[in-house]
Design a protein around this ligand. Structure first.
Ligand SMILES: NC(=O)c1ccc[n+]([C@@H]2O[C@H](COP(=O)([O-])OP(=O)(O)OC[C@H]3O[C@@H](n4cnc5c(N)ncnc54)[C@H](O)[C@@H]3O)[C@@H](O)[C@H]2O)c1
Ligand SMILES: O=P(O)(O)OC[C@H](O)CO
Length: 405
């Protein structure tokens, strides 16, 4: 079979133990810590600032504009700001769409402190690799950290160089209190389908159910459902990891392999994601949700996915450099593959598909050779979840002041 995936020290009833640990852990959290919360539930006419006017930021601006919120969309591109306000169009990222008149573009400089402090909601749609620099500037504007706006993050990646999840980037730049209040949206949600009001569902997670519910209520519409949870680390890992497997699936299709191979990559990819997440300290169940298998399935099976497209073009023989310079949009899996490789090496999780994607992207390994090496792995058991050692999550929780030990 394809992999000897995810083998750490065997344990007798790993799933049961992981579930027990996860639920005990969240009970301890709710019981032992006073969690920071944002201002009360944003009402029907809230002021929302969306940071990042790419495909997803502008799509979510449109989504919230539907609900008659006062929506501001920050773009770092001066021409985009000017054209958007004149014509309600985003020519660079969603050129076909006519945007709601409830949206005002702002930029190219980040808004100042007075403006930021008037907002009920700050939604970050900035790719992971640029988040730290922008949060560092924004932090200076967050005057009263006991009255935070609702803070929502939608990026799906791991930071190069630090291997940090977004929670850690927020803690480093704005402090642990801000990170603890953050909410994450992730799940199968192509921007261009949301602006066409196609029925869509996502996962929404925060450390407290209350914050997640505020975000869910804000986003809920007849064509858009949110499912809440309290495993933000698992939700973040799901979104970041699926991008790497979408590259693998695209590669396989680009090489001319067919449905069996793609199904194998999706299924073994889910097994790898679950093992990596569990070893990291997330709940294995999170990977069975919309942010996990839902988004994995979407991006591994559609040419609308930028990550799938990168893989497909690699499989067709194009160089990574050419693909990146002509993609016109971000494919978070390319940078995230670096962090994933370091995380699996550090945790000792056997995740051969992720490792082969890294080899193709960064060590010039031929795509065909990568597939052959995966198929040559010795036969293995289908799934042995690692014990919930969870050292990275434990360290992160400690950094956030949420250590339970
Ligand atoms: N497009 C989708 O369907 C979708 C869906 C869910 C989540 N996401 C996630 O949302 C995030 C944004 O993706 P996108 O699709 O909007 O990307 P995009 O490629 O459409 O746009 C890129 C965005 O990054 C901004 N940017 C570039 N350099 C920057 C810098 N130095 N500082 C700040 N911003 C900079 C651009 O101005 C633009 O707003 C990604 O993490 C992506 O994984 C995207
Ligand atoms: O185009 P991709 O591959 O970045 O995928 C976009 C979203 O993550 C889909 O949910």
């Amino acid at each position: 079979m394809l992999t000897r995936a995810c083998r750490l020290s065997p344990c007798s009833h790993p799933l049961r133990r992981n579930l027990t640990n996860a639920s005990l852990f969240s009970q301890q959290l709710n019981f032992r810590f006073t969690m920071p919360t944002s201002k009360p539930q944003p009402d029907a006419h809230s002021k929302v600032l969306i940071l990042g006017a790419g495909n997803f930021g502008s799509c979510l601006a449109e989504h919230l504009g539907d609900s008659e919120h006062r929506v501001f969309l920050w773009a770092r591109e001066a021409d985009l700001v000017k054209h958007f306000n004149l014509h309600h169009k985003n020519l660079k990222y969603l050129p076909e769409h006519n945007f709601s008149k409830n949206i005002t573009a702002v930029g190219p400089d980040l808004p100042d402190g007075d403006f930021i402090n008037e907002m009920d909601v700050l939604l970050f749609a900035i790719p992971t690799q640029f988040l730290r620099a922008n949060l560092t500037i924004l932090n200076r504007s967050l005057k009263d950290k006991t009255k935070l706006p609702l803070l929502i993050f939608v990026n799906k990646g791991i930071e190069i160089g630090t291997d940090a999840l977004t929670l850690e980037i927020i803690a480093d730049t704005c402090g642990a209190g801000v990170a603890k209040a953050a909410t994450f949206i992730s799940g199968p949600s192509f921007a261009k389908e949301i602006v066409r009001r196609r029925p869509t569902s996502v996962s929404v997670a925060s450390f407290t159910e209350g914050e997640a519910v505020k975000t869910s209520d804000l986003f809920h519409q007849p064509h858009f459902r949110c499912y809440t949870g309290t495993d933000p680390i698992g939700i973040e890992l799901s979104g970041a990891l699926k991008n790497v497997y979408a590259i693998a699936a695209g590669m396989s299709d680009g090489l001319g392999y067919e449905n069996n191979t793609r199904a194998m990559i999706i299924t073994r990819g889910l097994a790898e994601m679950t093992c990596i997440g569990t070893a990291y300290g997330a709940s294995p169940l999170t990977f069975l949700g919309l942010a996990g298998v839902g988004d994995l399935f979407l991006t591994c099976s559609s040419s609308s996915s930028r990550n799938y497209t990168v893989g497909y073009r690699l499989g067709q023989g194009e160089s990574l450099q050419t693909i990146i310079s002509t993609l016109g949009s971000v494919a978070e899996g390319v940078s995230t593959a670096k962090g994933v490789k370091r995380i699996i090496d550090k945790l000792g999780v056997h995740a051969p598909i992720a490792a082969e994607v890294y080899e193709v992207l960064y060590n010039d390994k031929e795509t065909k050779r990568a597939v052959r090496d995966l198929m040559d792995l010795p036969a293995s058991r289908e799934l042995d979840l690692p014990p919930t050692a969870g050292e990275p999550a434990r360290q992160l929780m400690e950094k956030l002041g949420l250590s339970s030990g």
